[in-house]
Design a protein around this ligand. Sequence first.
Ligand code: UDP
Length: 383
Amino acid sequence: MSRRYLMVGAGFSGAVIGRILAEAGHDVTVIDSRPHVAGNCHTARDPETGVMVHVYGPHIFHTDDAEVWDFVNAHARFMPYRNRVKTIAKGQVFSLPVNLHTINQFFGTTMGPAEARAFIESKADSSITDPQNFEEQALRFLGRELYEAFFKGYTQKQWGRDPRELPAAILKRLPVRFNYDDNYFSHRLQGIPAEGYTALVEAILDHPRIRLELNRAFDRSQRSDFDHVFYSGPLDGWFDYDLGRLGYRTLDFETFRYQGDYQGCAVMNYGEASVPWTRITEHKHFAPWESHAGSVLYREVSRACEAGDTPYYPIRLVDEQRLLQDYVRRAEAETGVTFVGRLGTYRYLDMDVTIREALDTGRMAVRLAAEGGRMPSFARAVL
Ligand code: UDP
């Protein structure tokens, strides 16, 4: 029997789950309080220069998940893109992630891979056997000099905390390479949709059983019109923040324009604490298949997220963990709602992981509907 579903949020989670349910013959309404789909992946052309702008900061699609890759490619034409990030520190430009070029330039050497590996091992603090935080992870695998030049200041700016308070997992996102591979990501599949992420999400939502309402905030009274709600808004927002707010970092983007090519690459990081921004992104370089005379750039500054700001990065430190547990327990007691996505489950999720989870969640919902069962509050463990 066909059911009626409400998706709160038209980002990847809501769009993908909605699509799977619609294809299975259910009726889906997707609402979003913003005037566009795609959440923080939203892209829009700058009217002045024609450049495709990643409105809420840069998004590069990368994955090892072939099914997720096929799914996004079925809804948009992807162009090959390799993210090659540079960083400025000590008055020089270096290549990231830390690779043989970075190491040789930094130490003024001409080492080969094996030599560099042994050299970095000699710099690393081998007394740290089980790194407990970001700083220990960096000292164990990079040594103090590289850590202080590229990671210490940047991380303080990005997270607003001492790296000793941050989990080692944040640094584990970045590889250290003893060859000249400067691809920022290690995933096999990487690209950017030719017409941006908003067109991709619009295509996912383009189904006769999906009704989309933009500029529409969620209110509880809507629940009675639906058999089930998938909620991709902030978990604490569902409870009107009544236990307090889960900590997030937000980003301020200072937009500026330039005639020509400002920095010659898409992402230039600034490793030092003395520069207020973490990075400058030059949007036209995310679409190297296009050509534009003008350029649009963002200077990115990270700060604590307050009421009314756009949440970006869940912090998940000790205090937030405690509050998170309380909210999760309450969410588990709710019926008729499943919390999904980065904000709904308060996790630092990449786009491909979000889509993988949404595909699984959508299928679980289809199966449970067929069996007459009920979706749980969380489709997977979130703590
Ligand atoms: N990081 C850093 N220096 C850099 C780039 C990254 O210290 O030049 C640290 C920082 O703490 C960041 C983490 O590594 O949060 C993960 O970096 P990633 O590029 O994955 O962050 P994202 O693109 O998600 O902001």
